[in-house]
Design a protein around this ligand. Structure first.
Ligand SMILES: [Zn+2]
Length: 217
């Protein structure tokens, strides 16, 4: 029998955007993203969390965040959209395509919930808790904070992709929603490794704890 971690009461693990498009060979590949697959699978297998949630970036074709939707622009250009910076991405995680699937390396059974985000054609969504700003200047909630609260969750642990976008924004929003938040740094990888110091600073300012998964054992 495998050794399993002590069950942590009132804790949730959020596994952010482990999708083929974000892994090496994918449309918006994050370097080293494949290195975190096995450790996340092992963490899920140990079963220490009360609730496990997976998220999927889930865009309609022609999404506003795609460079291809903005003639004259290239992927990774930054534009102003509704008064805020928006990075223009290669087409990625298009609904129903293989690149948007939950990666086959992850088991399905541990997940109580799968949250799909970025489905509004006019609004991006890095965070698992709220969309980015919409044309009305709002960041509509995705319902996850309410779900976790109803499940009695007080502590949220985050891993997945990418460290400097969807994990960071999810961590900040989770803290703003009143959860105690830990980012499992070794189980994330960034789009831009040069962002690491800023990401750490922003998360710590938001009250997010940064730890390594080894600290869970
Ligand atoms: Zn996206």
């Amino acid at each position: 029998m495998e050794a399993s971690a002590v069950r942590r009461e009132h804790t949730a693990l959020l596994v952010v955007d482990i999708q083929p498009d974000f892994l090496p060979g994918g449309a918006l590949a994050v370097a080293g993203g494949d290195e975190i697959l096995a450790p996340i699978r092992d963490l899920l297998g140990r079963g220490g969390f009360e609730v496990c949630v997976a998220t999927q970036d889930w865009h309609p074709r022609g999404h506003i965040s795609f460079a291809s939707s903005h003639p004259g622009h290239q992927p990774f250009d930054v534009i102003e959209l509704y008064g805020h910076e928006q990075v223009l991405w290669p087409d990625h995680c298009v609904q129903g395509t293989p690149g948007a699937a939950l990666h086959e390396a992850l088991p399905r059974e541990p997940f109580a919930l799968i949250v799909r985000k970025g489905a509004d054609p006019l609004t991006d969504s890095y965070s698992t808790f709220r969309n980015n700003w919409n044309p009305r200047g709002e960041r509509p909630a995705l319902g996850l904070a309410g779900y976790l609260r109803e499940r009695g969750i007080t502590d949220v642990y985050l891993c997945g992709l990418a460290r400097d976008y969807c994990v960071k924004w999810s961590g900040e929003d989770a803290a703003a929603a009143g959860f105690r938040v830990t980012v499992l740094w070794d189980l994330t990888r960034p789009v831009d490794p040069r962002s690491d110091a800023d990401v750490r600073r922003d998360l710590e300012r938001a009250g997010v704890h940064i730890d390594d998964s080894g600290g869970l054992r």
